[in-house]
Design a protein around this ligand. Structure first.
Ligand code: RP5
Length: 168
């Protein structure tokens, strides 16, 4: 087993459902990952320490999921130059718009790439991390191209099926 190249960090264990899709995609692509619950507000010291040590630990990309005043991505990005991908988690009462703005409104100099909220965000965060790793991993790049081709075939099959069903 190789060392993890992706770290998935969530602000609370309650964020886990959004990340199941990310874990699934990373496993399907054979990308080793580590996952942690670290909060920008409740465990600020541990979150900062984790981010500061991530590069030396062999991590190449950090995925962060958080809801409400979602500062986790920003705090992690403040303590590492690794790419950070944020997944806003929808929570009451503002349904994720608060988290989205918290992630996306980083001041110039400390970027966080942000995907959409919810399960699509979890899946896309993993695919985005994989595309970064694929820049220097030909095997992973080939898998990503195969994934895209299979996805296209599925849509074309659905298209053909729909056309045929309407002709009956
Ligand atoms: C954020 O607050 C977490 O990322 C979570 O989305 C939200 C609520 O946390 P819990 O009260 O469920 O632990 O920090």
């Amino acid at each position: 087993m190789s060392s993890p190249r992706v770290a998935v960090v969530m602000g609370s264990k309650s964020d886990l459902p959004v990340l199941e899709g990310a874990f699934k995609v990373l496993r399907e692509f054979g990308v080793e990952f580590t996952a942690r619950v670290l909060s920008a507000h409740r465990t600020p010291v541990e979150a900062a320490q984790f981010a500061a040590g991530a590069e030396a630990a062999g991590i190449k990309v950090v995925i962060c999921a958080a809801g409400m005043a979602a500062h986790l991505g920003g705090v992690i990005a403040a303590h590492t130059t690794l790419p950070v991908i944020g997944i806003p988690v929808a929570s009451e009462p503002f349904n994720g718009l608060d988290s989205l703005l918290a992630f996306v409104q980083m001041p110039p100099g400390i970027p966080v790439g942000v995907v959409t909220a919810g399960k699509a965000g979890g899946k896309n965060a993993a695919l985005y991390a994989i595309s970064m790793l694929a820049l220097s991993d030909a095997g992973l790049s080939a898998k990503l191209k195969d994934f895209r081709a299979a996805q296209s075939r599925q849509v074309l099959a659905a298209d053909a099926e729909l056309i045929q069903s309407l002709q009956q």
